[in-house]
Design a protein around this ligand. Structure first.
Ligand code: NAD
Length: 511
């Protein structure tokens, strides 16, 4: 049975218009959390409370881990083609509910409908890639490593996998992990962001309606720090996929590996966009607007520093082109047609970013475009803001603000641009706008980043390639998506075999 709406399965009955309290999904059943505390999931466009999110306890973690562990052997024993078909059924369900998931993303965390549609589409692409699991899982063989001896390498599931995900891509990031993990024969626990978990809730409701995915294979656990730490410590959990802030990534890596788990932890970012003096501004500036202000700058790939290369006249030309575009950029609630810069996830986030701009101004920044005075009913909107960096090591130039703020840095040449970019402690993404093949060749070779863009503002994740950053933007080694996902969710086993003839002198295999 496939539930029609959120209120039907994963939520408690609403009474008198009160927002519903979400339920966990454990062992194929929707169950109330043992939590005594909840926090509110709000619509950043209106301030309306959409749901109450239980802050699950270690008792809930125990239940989810036990259910996932119990389901894992039978799931792993299923023919790989059947697991592929189960993931394909998930792909079909996501495809059929794209519009609904898109609207949920916009309502829950604010981003514009076009962006939300894009992220749901990327999540579906990861699911599609995982449908090819029989091919992706194939191992290696070498015949005759010694006389009569052959060696094979198999991939077997790691066991129970938990994913801990951030607020800014509530559809796409869970789908970087879930389809690959279960396709490889693992069972799965998803702990979505407590700020906007209703998209995950809906995806799991869809899974509940798919007969090929048995109870316990996918579990959903709501909550925040206690739930995360419970997952990190739990002896029945074998691997952790994490995405969030750099400090949380480090915590997850340290605590998860301490209890012997395999961990991949993708962290924060501060991404530069280098604008060379030969770049076509008609192409570069719109791409930079999308990168800096799309999703209100709440993307790990957001270009948050413009590094402008050139003389005084060129700097002035770029500055005024950026200022004009930013001050006319469609800004407002994400469900309004054509909006590029939507509200941030909440008023607290908006205030934090606005305060950082105030501090930069105190340190000598010049405000080129000021969005601090623009807001909406929920107090979560901030307009596109462009500010010169007070100096190259300032908070504005170096720290992740995760809001609609573009810092301006001006340098003389590509050498200085690369020096600035590579001095960052982060290395998620970097892009260059130029017409010069020579500059591109140097940039893509020398820049220290996991994702590199050439004349594109956002070098977005592509399902068939690994996705992650370098340096403090990622702890661990295997990236998300692509073949790295299969590497992360499997253990390699090497089998060395010698088959002797049954009797001395008898031909092997002829009796
Ligand atoms: P966050 O680190 O606050 O939260 C991420 C997850 O960790 C949530 O599920 C949360 O409940 C949990 N968590 C947070 N603090 C914790 C703590 N102290 N102990 C235990 N659990 C904790 O991240 P966020 O604000 O939701 O997301 C935004 C961040 O994610 C930004 O820094 C952004 O750059 C980063 N991000 C990175 C990528 C990437 O691919 N590198 C992608 C998207 C977002």
């Amino acid at each position: 049975m496939e539930p029609e709406t959120l209120a039907q399965a994963g939520t408690e009955e609403t009474t008198g218009g009160d927002p519903a309290t979400l339920k966990n999904y454990i062992g194929g059943r929707w169950v109330e959390s043992a939590a005594s505390e909840t926090i509110d999931d709000i619509d950043p466009a209106t301030g309306e409370v959409l749901a109450r999110v239980p802050l699950s306890t270690t008792a809930d973690v125990d239940a989810a881990a036990a259910a996932a562990r119990a389901a894992q052997p039978a799931w792993a024993a299923l023919a790989v083609a059947k697991r592929a078909r189960a993931v394909f059924a998930l792909r079909e369900a996501l495809w059929a509910h794209q519009d609904e998931l898109t609207r949920l993303v916009t309502q829950d965390m604010g981003k514009a409908l076009d962006d939300a549609r894009g992220e749901v589409g990327r999540g579906i692409e990861s699911t599609e890639n995982a449908c090819g699991i029989p091919n992706l899982l194939k191992g290696e063989t070498l015949e005759g490593v010694a006389t009569g001896v052959d060696v094979e390498m198999w991939r077997q599931p790691v066991g129970v996998v938990a994913a801990i995900t951030p607020f800014n891509f509530p559809a796409m990031i869970p789908l970087w992990f879930l389809p690959y993990a279960i396709a490889c024969g693992n069972t799965f626990i998803l702990k979505p962001s407590e700020r906007d978990p209703r998209t995950s809730q809906r995806i799991v409701e869809l899974i509940d309606g798919i007969d090929q995915i048995p109870a316990g294979v996918v579990n959903l656990l709501h909550g925040a720090h206690e739930a995360v730490d419970g997952l990190l410590d739990h002896p029945e959990i074998d691997a952790i996929s994490f995405v969030g802030q750099a400090t949380t990534a480090l915590h997850v890596m340290e605590r998860g590996t301490k209890s012997g788990k395999r961990v991949q932890a993708l962290g924060g970012a501060k991404n530069s966009m280098v604008v060379m003096d030969d770049a076509d501004l008609d192409l570069a500036v719109p791409a930079m607007m999308q990168s800096a202000f799309g999703n209100a700058g709440q993307r790990c790939l957001a270009g948050s520093v413009a590094v402008v290369v050139g003389d005084e006249a060129r700097r002035e030309e770029v500055r005024s082109a950026l200022a004009e575009a930013a001050s006319t950029l469609p800004t407002g609630n994400g469900s309004e047609e054509g909006v590029v810069c939507p509200p941030m996830v909440g008023a607290d986030a908006r205030d934090r970013v606005s305060d950082a701009v105030d501090r930069a101004v105190g340190e000598g920044s010049e405000v080129v475009v000021d969005g601090r005075d623009r807001t909406n009913d929920a107090g979560a909107l901030m307009g596109p803001t462009i500010v010169t960096a007070p100096d190259l090591e300032s908070e504005l130039a170096r720290e992740e603000l995760f809001g609609p703020v573009l810092a301006l840095v001006e340098v003389d040449d590509l050498d200085s641009a690369l020096d600035f970019v590579n001095a960052s402690r982060y290395g998620n993404a970097s892009v260059i706008f130029t017409a010069s093949g020579e500059a591109v060749r140097r940039f893509r070779h020398e820049v220290e980043a996991g994702m590199v863009g050439v004349n594109v503002g956002v070098p977005a994740p592509v399902a068939w390639f690994p996705f992650a950053g370098w340096k403090d933007s990622m702890v661990g080694d295997l990236h998300a998506n692509g073949h790295d996902a299969v590497e992360f969710y499997t253990r390699k086993k090497v089998v060395t075999s010698r088959w002797q003839p049954a009797k001395k002198g008898a031909a092997f295999g002829t009796h």
